[in-house]
Every structure is written in C-alpha cells, then in structure tokens.
Design a protein around this ligand. Sequence first.
Ligand code: TYD
Length: 396
Amino acid sequence: MSKVFLNLGRQPLANSFLKDIGKKTLQNEFFYNLKICFNSKNYLVSIAKPVNPKKQYTDKYAHRASESKTMRFAFKKVAQKLFKRFRPKKIMEIGSNDGVFLKNFDKKSVVAVEPCKNLARLTKKLFETYDEFWNLKLANKLKKKKGEIDLIFSANTISHIPNLKETFKGIHNILSKNGVLVIEDPSLLKVLQNNSYDQFYDEHVYVFSSISINNIIQEYGLRLFDIEHLSTHGGSNRYYICKKNGKYKKSLRLEKAIKNEKSYKLHKIESYLKFSKRVNLSRKNLFTLMKKLKKTNKRIISYGATYKSTTVFNYCNLNSKLIDYVTDTTLNKQGKYTPGTHIKIISPEIGMNNTVDYAFLGAWNFKKEIFKKEKNFLKKGGKFITHVPKVMTLSK
Ligand code: TYD
C-alpha cells in the first residue's frame, strides 16, 4: 500500500545545531535514513521510518515562534479571526510553543499542550500548560478535568506526530458537539509545485494534502468543512475540521481545493515518481553550480540556518568546502554548526560583507523580505542562489 518514492539519504535531526565540532560531539551525532513514501489507499505522504519523538522534542527545543515578527502578527490575526467566527468558550492548543497563539485569548479560557519542557515552562506562568505529548491518555485526562473543548488549534504540530490514530481519536473525544479543530501545516501541492523537497525533514513526519486529511479523519468520526491557503512556510493550508454530525457546511473553496489537488494528480503515485526525478535533478544542478562557482574562486555563503537547509545540505553534499559559512539572525544559532555538514553559523551583520559573491537562500520562504533587506548586497553585484522552484541564481 505504501511505496517509497524519494530517498533523501542519511540525515541528522534538522534542528540539531552543534555547539562544537570536536571528535566527541561528532561521534555522538545522530543520523537516520530519510525516505518518503506515498500511501495509495489514503493518499498520505510520510516519512517511511519516523524518528522517535522523544529524541526530537526535548527540553532543548530551539524554535520559538514569538521570535519572528511575521509569525507573531500572523498568530494574533488568526486568533482574532477564529474567535470572531466560532465564539469558543474553551480553547486548547496542541503544540503551543511559547504561547504565541494562546496569548491572544482570555487566560482562563485556554489550555496549552506542549511536550518541550523548556517551552512549557515559559507559558506555565501565563496559563494552564501540560508538558506532555498529545495522545489518547492525555485527551481523556483533560476531558475529565476541563470538560469538552470548543476550539482546538494546532499549527505545524499534527504533521509532526507519527501516531495519527491516537491524535485524532483524542481530539474527537474531547471536542464539543459543534466544536472545531483548526490545523495548519505545509501544503503538499506547494511542495510538488515548488520542488521544495526540503519540507521533508525528521519533524515533518507527514506533508498533508486536503485529500489525505479528508481520508484520515473520516476514520475517527471527523470531517473537513473548510480550507484556507496560507503563504507561511512557503505555502501552507489551514484545515477546518468538525465532528461528523457537526453543524458546518462544506465550503466551496474546499471543494475547489480538492478538485485542484486531484487535477494535479496528488492521488496518483506517478506524480510522486515524477517529483522524485525532479528532486534528483535539482540536487545535481545545485551541486554542479556551486562547484563551478567555487572553481572560479567565488565566495558562497548560505542565508538562514533553516531546518529545511539541513535536508538540502545533507542531500546535496554541500559542506564547508563549498559554503564558507551560514548567516542567521537567531542568537541561539550563531556560533554553532549546521547539523551533519558542520558549517559555521554567524550573524548577518558580520557575514553579509563585501567578500560575498553568492548567498544560497536557505530561508527561501522569506525571499521577499530578504531581498528588501539585502538590496545593497544586490546593488553591489551580489547574487542569491535558490533551488525553488528550480536551481538558479537571482540578481537585482
Ligand atoms: P523558518 O522559516 O522557520 O524555516 P525552517 O522551519 O526551515 O527552519 O526559519 C527561518 C530562519 O531564517 C530563521 O532561523 C531566521 C532566519 N532568517 C535570517 O537569518 N534572516 C532573515 O532575514 C530572515 C527572514 C530569516
């Protein structure tokens, strides 16, 4: 039923930036095989053998959603919008990170679930927070304690949980009769259209489509009734889900989205096999381009130490022989080394200097913002390299 269509090779955990590259640290670096498969029965695209979540979501988890102004603004906007549309009395978030979404509601009406203890600690001071993994046991415990929930929100989290059965069963158990589950995750259609294979890394166990979500949740008494397309993470979907007998009518835009995915043949293995060929070519082209530039003594760096670039660097074999260093605005990443490929990360203030000829767009999802910020680099003849939607150089 499930067929592997893409092999992205030996990969480290996408966010396991290294403090040093001493012998001991490198010996302990964890790697796994990143293979992606398609299930022809329910149309799910997933990692063939996911990593154990206990290895990933520890008390050292680095990503803080509140650090980005764009994300703070986006979560505030969606919080206001959902409150206006559904008027929920009780709200829960699965994967609440540093509280960037829940902060926008009355503290007494919210419950947070966040297994990374360092993050949960931050929001415990603000509202009720459970530092546990979401599963059936926790759902039942919360239902006993809090009663039914009217709005469950989860952004970039459900696609990270290997066990969808427990996830949706738990959600169904705790959701009120006309309650709504809203989830946001990267869009599979966008990944195929953009050849953005770097959306596949250990944390993204699934990359969902509306047709696969629709199939999966039906097994647990839930149904999809609306969808919104978002620009976040290079193209995401916001899915609106209710109980099978919930009062919500299926929207026209959902029907259109499903039709669109079917016309792109997201339900056929052939589309994934073709995608896999494009990804192979992308690897070849990126490596060849960088090799060629290096031969003519060009200085190449990378812009944004993203999780996505962990996949690109390791899959395309891009190391410090080709890329001098990576720049990133996140203080926590500066001074560290990229997972698997061990390229130094420094601040853009130091790194974006006159010696740079080419900067690979690791954070291609922020291309617009970066081009605006780096207009002087472009003006002076600096160029960016991207692999999305195909390998090319970009100048002003
Ligand atoms: P993100 O978009 O969350 O991608 P991923 O989920 O693949 O990690 O990360 C963007 C990263 O890029 C983050 O570490 C901040 C960095 N960044 C810069 O260094 N400069 C910039 O101008 C922007 C927009 C981002």
